[in-house]
Ligand binder design. Structure first.
Ligand SMILES: [Zn+2]
Ligand SMILES: [Zn+2]
Length: 161
């Protein structure tokens, strides 16, 4: 009559279970505390938040809950992205320098030499150096080549530019 070994085994297994569970909970607690500190580092440049995260996580689990409630809502990366987005919104799309086409009035880029909508030409190539010349110019300022008067321009374009 010795049920003792079985009972002993049972109680040993029981204690082992408890130890494993406690160890697991403790490990998880420490891991969560580390996570909270890392999370705090991502959310604030000042080390105060990290210290706070570590301190509050001394309290297992509840501390983490407290930290999650009190932490800054956005990480620094998100903050930066938001700032960039706002800047992009206020500044409008990156400066494409444009002007209205004198003929059709549509917005075209400043260095276009011909309006892509109405085909109005604003410049032509120098025969000598192949650079772009404005229509009003009589002589190429780059190579001094005389500019032939265009057939369609007709009489005296005011050399305003
Ligand atoms: Zn046009
Ligand atoms: Zn030229």
């Amino acid at each position: 009559m010795s049920p003792a070994p079985a009972a002993l085994l049972d109680s040993v297994a029981g204690t082992l279970m408890v130890v494993v569970v406690v160890l697991f909970l403790a490990f998880f607690w420490v891991a969560l505390a580390f996570w909270a500190v890392r999370d705090a580092r991502r959310r604030s440049e000042s080390p105060l938040l990290a210290v706070f995260a570590a301190a509050v996580n001394v309290l297992p689990y509840l501390g983490l809950l407290l930290y999650l409630v009190l932490r800054p809502p956005r990480t620094l990366d998100e903050e930066r992205a938001l700032l960039l987005e706002e800047q992009a919104l206020t500044e409008g799309p990156a400066e494409v320098v444009s002007r209205p086409c004198p003929t059709c009035g549509r917005e075209i880029e400043l260095d276009f030499v011909i309006c892509p909508y109405c085909r109005t030409q604003f410049a032509r190539r120098c025969r000598g150096c192949q650079r772009w010349l404005r229509l009003g110019w009589r002589v190429c300022p780059y190579c001094a080549e005389e500019v032939a008067t265009p057939g369609r321009g007709g009489s005296g374009q005011a050399a305003s530019s």
